[in-house]
Design a protein around this ligand. Structure first.
Ligand SMILES: [Zn+2]
Length: 112
């Protein structure tokens, strides 16, 4: 029997897929499309009240909602216990605690 999926599972899968597409478009230099994909992902997240996974959320600027590409429109700096990411489009800085012992953090960075 096929396991029944909740609409939230499906929504989360769509969100992840949209971020994958955003990454693909970014690799092609089509950041305008990447931005559209992540905006769509955010909308799905809000509609179904699905939390966007942290490692994906940090790839979207909180201020201008651009898809952030490290080394292109995003700058990443480690400062003590904090990791600071700067959106080079609007200059918005985001800071979050840096905890090396967390496996989640490593997997999000190592995927590049
Ligand atoms: Zn920005």
């Amino acid at each position: 029997m096929v396991k029944k999926q909740s609409f939230r599972d499906i929504a989360l899968r769509r969100i992840k897929r949209l971020f994958e597409l955003a990454e693909l478009e970014a690799a092609r230099g089509r950041e305008d499309r990447s931005d559209r994909y992540v905006q769509l992902a955010r909308k799905i997240g809000m509609r179904y009240r699905v939390r966007i996974p942290r490692h994906l959320k940090m790839r979207v600027c909180k201020s201008c909602k651009s898809y952030l590409i490290p080394g292109r429109n995003m700058r990443v700096r480690l400062r003590g216990d904090y990791i600071t990411t700067t959106c080079l489009k609007c200059g918005r800085q985001m800071r979050r605690p840096y905890k090396p012992e967390r496996v989640i953090h490593h997997s999000s960075v190592a995927r590049e």
